[in-house]
Design a protein around this ligand. Sequence first.
Ligand code: NAD
Ligand code: MG
Length: 395
Amino acid sequence: MGAPEKRRLTILGSTGSIGTNTLDVIRQLGGRDAFEIAALTGNGNIELLAGQAKATGAELAVTADEGQYENLKTALAGTGIEAAAGRSGLIEAAERNAGWVMAAIVGTAGLAPTLAAARRGADIALANKECLVSAGELFVRAVQAGGGKLLPVDSEHNAICQVLEENQRHAVERIILTASGGPFRNATLTEMRDVTAATARAHPNWSMGLKISIDSASMFNKALEMIEAMHLFNVRPDQIEVIVHPQSIVHSMVGYSDGSVLAQLGCPDMRTAIGYALSYPARPALDVQRLDFAKLSRLDFEAPDEERFPALRLARVAMERGGVQGAVLNAAKEVALEAFIAGHVGFLQMAEITEAVMEAQSALPAAETMDDVFLADQEARRIAKTLVERNAAAA
Ligand code: NAD
Ligand code: MG
């Protein structure tokens, strides 16, 4: 009997929070004996990227930052590992013949490479949110046409995937996304007006990248997840519920027509979801903390407050309108988020700016091609930037 076949994997965004957790899962599952790394990609952190490539024996390392190409080449000199850079380098990484691709680039930058991997039929472990939020049906269709599987890594969608019985899809009544409520769950609007990026990024339960941490505080993260869930599980907007669950133990639930609700529980550790996606359909053995029910005295649930967290309402508007409205919401939100991180707009203004852009762009036709998505994204960014500048001038 020969050794079991290795999984050939590319990690888009290997230097981030999901990327480094993915490498830890790979190490736990046997490292080089079990996985062959085709390509790794990063952005500014060349030392980390080169170190990861050497440690895993990757064939190709790519920095998204063209200006860092020479540094990456120097760091990899003598190793035989190829170096590449920029958008074309990211596409090259995605198109390498790896059966599995972990899509963990943050933001819209992740869209084109993930799409390239989907089109050639790779199985996609999907962490990046923009693929489904912005490209929605087009992305799902690209995966279907390519013939690969789509395995969500985001803890909520991963949980739903785990409890969504494939032969009972017709009996699914509702998808219930849990939300921790973030650091401002109990804050008043007045308190929220003055918070800074430093306080907003301090998530109570999860350790994540900067942008997603702030998106969790504003609940834009949940807004994106609602839109993702609609596309991923092919349900109507009114079938998607959000419930605040401060302990982040129940990762999400599916309600069925007989009144049953199936939930997936676990400690808040992304490695469980990553391991599930990378080992599917098998369940891997992972060294993560186990839930101790005796110590877990209670699980709380409460309705979200859409007045303090308007992002949830905006997600419903985007879902009802359909078409490219997910792309518009996401692009406007990204510009507003960057402006918030830079200190140019306040915390609550992120939703105000996003809503204003969505109102200005409410009548866009549905996307026929990815170019339509990119156009909607760019136009939403342009409008959002003018609103940010107007705000800065008024301040
Ligand atoms: P992160 O910021 O820690 O890492 C992002 C990765 O993308 C890094 O490798 C970085 O080098 C790369 N990157 C950044 N800008 C880039 C660009 N312009 N072009 C190409 N690459 C670029 O983010 P993260 O927390 O690991 O999240 C990654 C994605 O997964 C995000 O879309 C996030 O919303 C989603 N996600 C994350 C978590 C989590 O627990 N961290 C959970 C669910 C979903
Ligand atoms: Mg999540």
